[in-house]
Design a protein around this ligand. Structure first.
Ligand code: SF4
Ligand code: SF4
Length: 363
């Protein structure tokens, strides 16, 4: 199966290099997907660590005239390679079934707790995702209040969708995580999952049985999300998240939500958006690559002349707050709800300090 997809890339790639231009991973090595495919036909030993540097962002597939699905080839190769990295501490911090899972440690450190109903049947469950529940607890509570107002019976799941496990290539652990999640939904008799994060949205939609309905907070609450209208004079630009690249559901819903703002598009937006640098856990394999991408994004933002870069993924927000503290970045939900995010704490180095503390405790 793997060698078939590698051979397909070798046969079909016309070496036009269009995918290399905007990809920091391919351009770092001056490779085309064909070069990687040729190398992966050999034994997948520890020397193939470079496959962890691909952001799985999908941009190469979007620009490829042959529509070659190179990210799937990398994702597949990672399934065999993950055994070499799964026990490394930086990967462990990203894995929701590991005792070192960072969002859990962060919420404990910040004293963030949620006291929503845990028992009973719910027609809907709000699933904010681990980044939002860490970096914007006020927005989580505000949205939950709105959902209760609209549907009355709404459950809550403060957990991870499990995508980091799948991204690294730990398929068995990802399946186990998913079936635990599904048991949680079954226990509450719930088939409607309302998410805020594009990663959760597309991952759960692809992975859960089709009988589940995955809904966005934007389509569910619409105008009810707008509580703060004092900043409508702002000129904003929107950083589109990679998981939304092909379907554009969040891109359209967020632009509709922000229609009263002056929106100035960046050169790379929607289908051609650039990754913030966090995709595919690449920031662990090569933090410089993440810095390069977030700097490129910061430059594009500056060239629009906009006052604010709006994101709709809290992982993107965290990357920009950490690596580009001088640019104004806000999540669309905090902008319209008027809720306080963790940007100032993160800009002051809170995440690095906590990671350093966790590392010290492991020595
Ligand atoms: S998925 Fe993104 S990072 Fe990976 S090769 Fe394609 S464009 Fe480059
Ligand atoms: S864009 Fe497609 S055809 Fe062109 S080099 Fe990349 S993979 Fe090959």
């Amino acid at each position: 199966m793997m060698s078939n997809s590698l051979k397909f890339i070798l046969d079909e790639c016309i070496e036009c290099q269009l995918c290399v231009e905007d990809c920091p991973f391919l351009s770092k090595y001056n490779w085309m997907p064909k070069d990687v495919a040729r190398d992966l036909l050999n034994e997948l030993d520890q020397n193939k660590r470079y496959i962890m540097e691909c952001l799985l962002c999908g941009l190469c597939k979007t620009v490829c005239p042959k529509n070659l699905d190179f990210p799937s080839v990398i994702a597949h190769a990672r399934q065999s390679f993950s055994k070499y990295v799964a026990n490394e501490i930086y990967y462990r911090l990203s894995l929701p079934d590991d005792s070192l899972f960072f969002p859990k440690a962060y919420k404990t450190y910040k004293g963030i707790t949620y006291s929503f109903p845990e028992n009973g049947s719910f027609k809907y469950i709000f699933f904010p995702g681990c980044s939002m529940s860490s970096y914007s607890p006020e927005a989580v509570k505000e949205i939950y209040r709105g959902l209760r107002e609209k549907f009355y019976s709404v459950g809550f799941a403060d957990t991870c969708c499990g995508k980091p496990l799948a991204d690294i290539g730990l398929t068995e652990r990802a399946s186990r995580w998913l079936s635990n999640l599904e048991n949680h939904f079954i226990k509450h008799g719930c088939r409607n999952i309302i998410v805020a994060c594009p990663m959760c949205y597309y991952y759960l939609k692809k992975s859960l049985p089709r009988s589940y309905r995955i809904l966005t907070v934007y389509e569910t609450l619409g105008e009810m999300l707008i509580k703060e209208t004092n900043h409508l004079s702002l000129r904003v630009t929107i950083h589109d998240g990679c998981p939304d690249r092909f379907e554009g559901i969040f891109a359209a819903q967020v632009r509709s939500l922000l229609r009263d703002y002056k929106i100035i598009e960046m050169k790379h937006s929607r289908k051609k958006s650039l990754c913030c640098g966090a995709g595919g856990m690449a920031s662990i394999a090569d933090p410089n690559l993440t810095l390069k991408l977030s700097s490129a994004r910061a430059e594009e933002f500056s060239s629009t002349g906009a006052d604010l870069m709006v994101v709709y993924c809290y992982t993107c927000a965290q990357i920009f707050w950490s690596t580009q503290p001088d640019i104004q970045t806000k999540h669309a939900l905090d902008l319209v709800l008027g809720t306080r995010d963790s940007s100032e704490d993160i800009k002051s180095g809170e995440i690095n300090n906590l990671v350093a503390k966790i590392l010290m405790e492991q020595i």
